[in-house]
Design a protein around this ligand. Structure first.
Ligand code: HAM
Length: 439
């Protein structure tokens, strides 16, 4: 028997419903913030990630799924969405669009060869957003507010927004020199990963999970202390805008994030929920002023974030999120072989009109079919047997109101639509009058 690949999972129908509800909420918040969806390929040229995420980052040096295709091209399954979206932005000249600030969002699978555990997979899904075309800290604030609004719309509480600034290129260089000078003589006391990072990517030492509580790291210089004036102004304005939007945040002086393209703002959202386990960072993001130009595009800045959707799903377990309940408008019982052709005509008419409808395919008896209709959460159950056919009628029962009537079979569709539109109907599932999902 074949089994799924380590670090992957199957989403079975019960879960896909919850995912669809999650995606629906994400899309509606995206609309509120006026972000448009972009879809890029799942694989890209390997070089793209080396140039953007960075050769020395964990993602590129240890975690990518690389292969050589039959045309001898070096291909990588995308480990993240920012670089592909930036590539597409440049390639499709989206910067020449009539909207000077291009606001995009995406959802889809990403691939990283990481050690699998709860909340950490080798194939996982991200919802991300990228906004190109402005250096204003207002756009950083909007991006953070957008992420927070998604969390609020999902009713997830107990989250903390951590923000920091690593400054512009000049500040980053100054900070890096200071950090190297500070760590140089004690580097051998750090974990083996950090000893490597010291040579390749010293900034990452700051948020090392193993060493972060050592005196050496606690007293290490912090990026905020090395910001030049411009970077300081950017950060202070961001904080003022976040205050204006009443977004609570924590300034996290150790936050640097694991991807090379960031400048200025970096941020993460952690959720303190048991259902998440150790992997409690649900969202990460930041500004990247030179990513587009480093990939051969014009000098256009960007800022964005990405959520891990599996982690959001775990967070939703804490708020008892059930997703949109599954239901049918109509379960049609066609009784007897001779009634099938006329019966499926009725069914077809209802489906063409947009009613969620189903029937039995196993010639089950009446009792079993009532059970099936129950399991499918059908509001209307219509019975069409030999008697009904002979009289050109159909029997319809409304499970919500208990009303049962016999009508002309040609009126089935109109009858159900009229009942569904009845403004006095209060939905039993969500207890709202005429709710969108149930009408
Ligand atoms: P990242 O921090 O590498 O950033 O990933 C963002 C989020 O994806 C994480 O906070 C986490 O929730 C989720 N995630 C990452 N790896 C895994 C995994 N192996 N399994 C499950 N979930 C995972 C980025 O990817 C940047 N592109 C974010 C960004 C967009 N920055 C600017 N724009």
């Amino acid at each position: 028997m074949y089994q799924k690949i380590k670090g992957t999972y199957d989403l079975l129908p019960n879960d896909t419903k919850k995912w669809q509800s999650l995606e629906k909420t994400i899309r509606s918040v995206s609309k509120i913030y006026n972000y448009e969806e972009i879809r890029t390929p799942i694989f890209e040229n390997t070089e793209l990630f080396h140039r953007s995420v960075g050769e020395e980052t964990d993602i590129v040096s240890k975690e990518t799924y690389d292969f050589i295709d039959r045309g001898k091209r070096h291909i990588t399954l995308r480990p993240e969405g920012t670089a592909p979206v930036a590539r597409s932005y440049i390639e499709n000249k989206l910067y020449a669009d009539k909207l000077p600030v291009k606001k995009l969002y995406y959802m889809g699978p990403m691939f990283r060869y990481e050690r699998p555990q709860k909340g950490r997979y080798r194939q996982f899904a991200q919802f991300g957003a990228e906004a190109f075309g402005s250096t204003s800290p207002l756009l950083d604030a909007e991006i953070i507010s957008y992420a927070v609004s998604v969390i609020k719309a999902l009713k997830i509480k107990d989250v903390e927004v951590h923000v920091n600034s690593i400054g512009d290129q000049e500040s980053k260089v100054m900070y890096k020199e200071a950090l190297i000078a500070y760590l140089e003589k004690d580097v051998q006391t750090l974990c083996s990963d950090c000893q490597k990072r010291f040579e390749t990517n010293p900034l990452r030492i700051l948020d090392c999970k193993v060493d972060k509580d050592t005196e050496l790291l606690k007293n290490a210089p912090k990026p905020l202390d090395y910001l030049n004036e411009e970077s300081k102004t950017h950060f202070n304005k961001l904080l003022a805008y976040l205050d204006a939007m009443e977004i609570k945040y924590v300034i996290d002086r150790n936050l640097v994030r694991g991807l090379d393209y960031y400048t200025h703002t970096v941020f993460e959202v952690n959720a303190n929920l048991e259902t998440l386990g150790a992997q409690n960072t649900i969202c990460g993001g930041g500004r990247y002023n030179h990513l587009v130009s480093s990939l051969g595009g014009p000098d256009i800045p960007g800022v964005g974030f990405a959520f891990g959707l599996e982690r959001l799903m775990f967070a939703l377990e804490s708020v008892n999120f059930k997703g949109t309940p599954d239901y049918l408008h109509l379960y049609l019982m066609i009784l007897g072989e001779e009634q099938k052709e006329d019966g499926i005509r009725l069914l077809n008419r209802c489906r063409i009109g947009g009613l969620f409808s189903d029937i039995d395919f196993l010639d089950k008896n009446l009792k079993a079919q009532f059970k099936l209709a129950d399991n499918m959460n059908a509001r209307f159950i219509a019975i069409y047997g030999a008697n009904e056919k002979a009289k050109g009628e159909i029997n319809v029962k409304d499970k919500d109101t208990g009303k049962e009537i016999t009508i002309k079979s040609s009126q089935l569709y109109n009858h159900i639509i009229t009942e569904l539109m009845n403004p006095n109907h209060s939905c039993e599932t969500c207890e709202e009058d005429s709710c969108d999902d149930c009408e």
